[in-house]
Design a protein around this ligand. Structure first.
Ligand code: UDP
Ligand code: MG
Length: 318
């Protein structure tokens, strides 16, 4: 177990003036207890990331920073959205910390899971995912859509941790590696499994937001889900090709049907030709689009310039 482990807790905040004081109070208690129990170094801090808030969030963060040396902050030049704000915070915090935990400002994620996260880090894990064991406080709609989304992503071949949002502990080296992922459309919870290393999970119950309202209205949520799918899977492009083949197959059936009708004499003149043509050309076009899609998918993956491998241990350096 490493002595004097410096922990930074990174918290993106967008218009969170209503919750910041209470969040600060609870986190102060938690951090002080952790420091007292020698679980983390006294150099540990909570880093608030102001994501271009329109209210007094940044003033509040500066105030808190003045009063409490446990709290610090950075401010983005404008609102860039949760994922970008979080990445900005993680990339800044990794310069000062050994381990970094990310969470939301509203403390919906149980801060008591932090102890177990640190234990699992000490047991040799580089990433510890916080997983929601129950979603009792979420509405039926949010729960069903969210869980459906995780299942759908897995179906598309994207590795995401079921019911894990952005509450996680990572080691410094994971973030160093993450900084080599050059993509602009961020879906962080899909990227960490790609980074790899040994990981574990911690289960907790998700609570209700104690003040203010969700900064993720349905529209943002749908955009986020769509981003997740299109940033991680080219399967939708491949589906076009499959549908094309299906249509082509149907066109053969239709051809037989149309010819039989013609032989029986059940048709007006020109019908057979038109019917067969429409189906056949439709299928052909779809396959062509699918083939172009295949190449676009390749180009897309190349432009992301993700690292092709990450070395976890090198015996030469021991
Ligand atoms: N957030 C942010 N920028 C945004 C939207 C949200 O930094 O543009 C932060 C927000 O302050 C909170 C976290 O992202 O700390 C999650 O937002 P929220 O709790 O509203 O989402 P929900 O829990 O409802 O999904
Ligand atoms: Mg929330």
């Amino acid at each position: 177990m490493k002595k004097d482990l410096i922990l930074y807790v990174v918290i993106p905040c967008y218009n969170e003036e209503e919750v910041l004081n209470e969040t600060t109070r609870q986190l102060k208690e938690k951090m002080e207890a952790l420091i007292k129990n020698k679980k983390i170094s006294s150099k540990s801090k909570v880093m608030y990331v102001n994501d271009g808030s329109k209210d007094k969030t940044w003033e509040l963060i500066k105030d808190i920073n003045k009063k409490e040396k446990l709290f610090t902050g950075i401010s983005l030049s404008r609102n860039r959205g949760h994922q970008n704000a979080l990445l900005g915070g993680l990339m800044t915090a990794k310069n000062y910390a050994d381990i970094i935990i990310s969470m939301d400002a509203d403390l919906q994620d149980d801060i008591n899971a932090i102890d177990e996260m640190i234990d699992k880090y000490n047991a040799g894990n580089d990433i510890v995912y916080g997983v929601r064991s129950a979603r009792k406080t979420d509405t039926w709609f949010k729960r069903t859509t969210a869980e459906g989304f995780y299942k759908f992503m897995n179906m598309l071949g994207v590795e995401v941790v079921y019911n894990h949002a952005d509450y996680r502990l990572t080691s410094k080296r994971v973030l160093e590696e993450l900084s080599n992922f050059r993509e602009v459309n961020l879906f962080l919870r899909g990227m960490f499994p790609l980074v790899g290393f040994k990981s574990d999970k911690v289960y907790y119950e998700r609570k209700e937001r104690f003040a203010g309202e969700s900064k993720y209205p349905l529209k943002k949520m749908l955009n986020f889900a769509w981003d997740g799918i299109t940033s991680f899977s080219v399967k939708p492009l491949r589906m076009i090709c499959n549908v094309g083949f299906l249509v082509l197959f149907i066109s053969i059936c239709i051809m037989l049907y149309a010819l039989i009708q013609k032989i029986i004499g059940n048709t007006v003149s020109g019908w057979t030709f038109l019917t067969i043509s429409i189906w056949f050309i439709g299928g052909l076009q779809m396959i062509s689009i699918g083939i172009i899609g295949e190449y676009i998918g390749k180009v897309y993956n190349e432009t992301k310039q993700r690292p092709r491998y990450i070395i976890s241990e090198n015996l030469e350096e021991k």
